[in-house]
Design a protein around this ligand. Structure first.
Ligand code: 5AD
Ligand code: SF4
Length: 444
C-alpha cells in the first residue's frame, strides 16, 4: 500500500520552496502527497521564526496533532525549518510535544530522507541540528507545486544582521550557488514549460560575492537574458544598500525581467533605520528609487515595512507614512514588529505597546489599500498581458498577474493556466482587476 505525506509550511516563499524540496525527497522514497493529516504516514511541519505569528501558528498546529498521533501509533511527525535552529528550541519542543519524532535543522534539510529511514528503524526521537553551514547540496530535486511559477534559490543565508531579524542566526552566512548551476536549472525549467522564474535569496544583490570569481547578480541577469523562449523573470529580495545601476540596467535590458522591483524599506525614519542597522538613510533610499525610475521609468516598486520598532515615535511613524506616499508603491507587505530572541532589537528598551502598534499598522494598511484602489481604476479600459496562474473556485474565474504583479480575474471556457493572455480590464474589485480575455498566447 502506498504511503502518504503532508507538509505544512509557514512563513515566506523561501520556505514554500524548501517544502517543495522535502516533497521531492519524500516522493523519491515512494511517498504520495495527501490532503488531510488523517491520511498521512508522515507529517512535516516546515516552520518559520522570522515573525512571531508564523511561529505561534506552527506551535498551535503541532499541538493539535497529539490526538491523531495517539490513534495512529506509526505516524511520523517531523519538525524542520528555521524555528528548530534557535538555541533552546529542541528542549522547548521536547517538553511541550513529546510525541514529535524528528527535529531537523535548516543546514541539513537535504538529509531528511536518511533521517526518516533512521527513525523508521528506531523507537527513539531523532534530533539533528547543525550549527554550521555545509556545502550547498545540489542533488535534491524539488517536487514543484506552483506551476507556472518556479522558485530557484540562487543563494542561502544573510550577512546583514538587521537588528530586528533572526535570519542570519538561523540560516547562516551568505552562500551562493554557482552561476552554472543556477543557469542550468533556469534553462531546464523554461524548457519544461515554466513561464515564470523567481530567483530567491535574502539579498540577491550580493549574489556571487562569496564565490570570488567575478560572478555577480547583474551577470546572472545578463546570462538569463540569453535564454530563449517566453517567460517572466522575477527575483527577491533586494537590499536598498546593495542595489546598483548595473543591476537596474541589466533588468532594463532583459526582455524576460519584469519591470518590477521589491525594495524593502522597513521604515521611513532615518533614526529608526539606523537603529535597525539598515545602513541607508531615508534620503539615500529615495535616491535609489529615483535612480531606478531614471533607468526604468515605469518600474513597479513593492516593499516591506515594519511598524512599532522599539522607540518608534508618532513622528517616526509619520515619516514612514509620508515615504509610502512619496514613493507610491504598487504593493507593500506590512508587519508589526515582533521581538525575536537573540537579536539586538529584542534587548532594546522602549518596546512599543501592542495597541500603539495595532493603530499604526491599521493606518498604514489603509493608506496603501487606498493607493492600490485608486491605482486599479487607472487600468479600466486598458488591455494588459496577464500570466494565468490558477483557477479560483470561489470566484469561478481564472486568476493571473500582469508584469507589475497586479492581480486580474477572467472567465474562460478552456483551461488557460500557464498561458499568457491579453486581458481587457472592464472593472475593479477593490485592489484586483476584472476583465475579459481578448487573446490567448497561441493565437498571438
Ligand atoms: N518583526 C516584524 N517583521 C519582521 N521582519 C523580519 N523580522 C521581523 C520582526 N522581528 C519582516 C521584514 C522583512 C520581512 C521578510 O519580514 O520586513 O523584510
Ligand atoms: Fe533579515 Fe536584514 Fe538579512 Fe533581510 S537583509 S534577511 S531583514 S538580516
Amino acid at each position: 500500500m502506498s504511503k502518504n505525506y503532508i507538509i505544512y509550511t509557514y512563513g515566506c516563499q523561501m520556505n514554500v520552496h524548501e517544502s517543495e524540496k522535502i516533497a521531492g525527497i519524500l516522493s523519491s522514497k515512494g511517498y504520495t502527497k495527501c490532503d488531510k493529516s488523517e491520511d498521512a504516514d508522515v507529517i512535516v511541519y516546515n516552520t518559520c521564526c522570522v515573525r512571531e505569528n508564523a511561529e505561534q501558528h506552527a506551535f498551535g498546529n503541532i499541538g493539535m496533532i497529539k490526538k491523531l498521533k495517539k490513534q495512529k501509533k506509526d505516524l511520523i511527525v517531523a519538525v524542520c525549518g528555521c524555528m528548530t535552529q534557535q538555541g533552546n528550541f529542541a528542549e522547548k519542543l521536547s517538553s511541550m510535544f513529546p510525541y514529535v519524532d524528528i527535529i531537523i535543522g535548516t543546514f541539513n534539510m537535504d538529509k531528511f530522507g536518511e533521517i526518516l529511514d533512521k527513525k523508521l528503524n528506531s523507537k527513539k526521537r531523532i534530533v539533528e541540528i547543525l550549527d554550521k553551514n555545509r556545502p550547498i547540496c545540489e542533488s535534491v530535486k524539488p517536487l514543484r507545486s506552483s506551476y507556472p511559477n518556479a522558485w530557484v534559490n540562487i543563494m542561502y543565508g544573510c550577512n546583514n544582521f538587521c537588528s530586528y531579524c533572526i535570519v542570519p542566526y538561523v540560516r547562516g552566512r551568505e552562500r551562493s550557488r554557482t552561476l552554472d548551476n543556477v543557469l542550468n536549472e533556469v534553462k531546464s525549467l523554461v524548457e519544461s514549460g515554466y513561464k515564470e522564474i523567481t530567483l530567491l535569496g535574502q539579498n540577491v544583490n550580493s549574489y556571487g560575492k562569496d564565490l570570488g570569481d567575478g560572478t555577480s547578480f547583474a551577470k546572472l541577469i545578463d546570462e538569463i537574458a540569453k535564454i530563449e523562449g517566453k517567460f517572466r523573470l522575477r527575483f527577491m529580495s533586494n537590499h536598498p544598500k546593495d542595489i546598483t545601476e548595473d543591476v537596474v540596467k541589466a533588468i532594463a535590458n532583459n526582455q524576460h525581467a519584469c519591470k518590477s522591483i521589491h525594495l524593502p524599506v522597513q521604515s521611513g525614519s532615518t533614526r529608526i533605520l539606523s537603529l535597525m542597522n539598515r545602513k541607508y538613510t531615508r534620503e539615500q533610499y529615495l535616491s535609489e528609487v529615483k535612480m531606478i525610475r531614471s533607468i526604468i521609468p515605469d518600474c513597479a516598486l513593492t516593499t516591506d515595512i515594519i511598524v512599532g520598532f522599539p522607540t518608534e515615535t508618532e513622528e517616526d511613524f509619520l515619516d514612514t507614512m509620508s515615504l509610502v506616499e512619496t514613493v507610491g508603491y504598487d504593493g507593500a507587505f506590512t508587519f508589526v514588529y515582533s521581538p525575536r530572541e537573540g537579536t539586538k532589537a529584542a534587548e532594546m528598551e522602549d518596546q512599543i505597546p501592542a495597541e500603539v502598534k495595532k493603530d499604526r499598522i491599521m493606518r498604514l494598511v489603509d493608506l496603501q489599500n487606498e493607493r492600490n484602489r485608486v491605482d486599479s481604476l487607472k487600468y479600466v479600459g486598458k488591455t494588459i498581458e496577464v500570466l494565468i496562474e490558477d483557477y479560483d473556485q470561489k470566484k469561478n474565474a481564472y486568476m493571473g498577474r500582469d508584469e507589475r504583479g497586479r492581480m486580474a480575474y477572467v472567465e474562460f471556457t478552456k483551461n488557460i493556466v500557464g498561458k499568457f493572455v491579453q486581458v481587457q480590464i472592464t472593472s475593479t474589485g477593490g485592489m484586483s482587476l476584472l476583465g475579459k480575455v481578448v487573446k490567448v498566447e497561441e493565437e498571438m
